[in-house]
Design a protein around this ligand. Structure first.
Ligand code: NAP
Length: 242
């Protein structure tokens, strides 16, 4: 029987390419989106041309009831969940003293609370099956902190702490939990950066280039196929954090 994977935030960027890669590996993908319905439909149609079927599901996973509906839909249709990729996230550039309560709550809810609720909704089925792989999308900033992105950095540090705690708690149930911490990856999330800023960043990175979505995809593939790695924060940043 096919493995079943939920990928959150799969309409654009990193999540979209992860969903595509998994679907091409003969894994049944439930690609979650929130605002970008057109892009999610395009993804589904693009894969259909290659005779690959994926499910797309609209859910604002910063809300418990939406996250629950996404998981209920998957379990009703496929009866199990083997893989959860908690990829959805937002970023915001703001001075710490200018962050409002609502900025703080929006970033924490979209990046950290969403992963918390998705894990809580999915884990009972994985425990029942004594099998599961959870991959959380973190960030270099969760490890070293970003100036003017304190709420974002806190959300990703929280993801890393949750990853380690869950790896300990769920290891005996044969559920592996890992984080991927990208540096800078070429997606819409960084479209606010000017060419000059990107050049400056490249100079700071030992491997002298901006990351590609494919750099992350390869790691996701590896973490899924492995069966002895858990509780790790895998840095994919061209050496930027050393
Ligand atoms: P992106 O291109 O901006 O795409 C973000 C995705 O997340 C979209 O598909 C969006 O869906 C979805 N999303 C956001 N909030 C959501 C919610 N509440 N419910 C459901 N979906 C939601 O970002 P990206 O660059 O691919 O980033 C993906 C992940 O990698 C994020 O967690 C980000 O923090 C992390 N990351 C990225 C970089 C980078 O340089 N790009 C570096 C480090 C970490 P809709 O458009 O449908 O709403």
């Amino acid at each position: 029987m096919k493995r079943i994977a939920i990928v959150t935030g799969a309409s654009r960027g990193i999540g979209r390419e992860i969903a595509k890669m998994l679907a091409k590996e003969d894994i049944q993908v439930i690609a979650n989106y929130n605002n970008s319905e057109k892009k999610a439909i395009e993804l589904q149609e693009e894969l259909k041309k290659e005779n690959i079927n994926i499910d797309i599901f609209k859910a604002d996973i910063s809300k418990r009831e939406d996250a629950r509906k996404l998981v209920e839909y998957t379990l009703e249709k496929y009866k199990k969940i083997d893989i959860l990729v908690n990829n959805a996230g937002i970023s915001e550039y703001k001075m710490f003293t200018e962050e409002t309560d609502s900025d703080w709550n929006r970033v924490i809810n979209n990046n950290l609370y969403s992963a918390f609720v998705m894990c809580q909704e999915v884990i009972p089925n994985m425990i029942h099956n004594k099998k599961g792989c959870i991959i959380n999308m973190s960030s270099i900033w969760g490890q070293i902190g970003a100036s003017c992105e304190s709420h974002y950095s806190v959300s990703k540090a929280g993801i890393d702490a949750m990853t380690k705690s869950l790896a300990k708690e769920l290891g005996p149930s044969n559920i592996r939990v890992n984080s991927i911490a990208p540096g800078i990856i070429d997606t819409e999330m960084n479209k606010h950066l000017s060419l000059e800023e990107l050049e400056y960043i490249k100079e700071e990175i030992p491997l002298q280039r901006i990351g590609k979505v494919n750099d992350i995809e390869k790691c996701v593939e590896w973490l899924i196929e492995d069966d002895y790695i858990t509780g790790q924060i895998i840095s994919i940043n061209g050496g930027w954090s050393i």
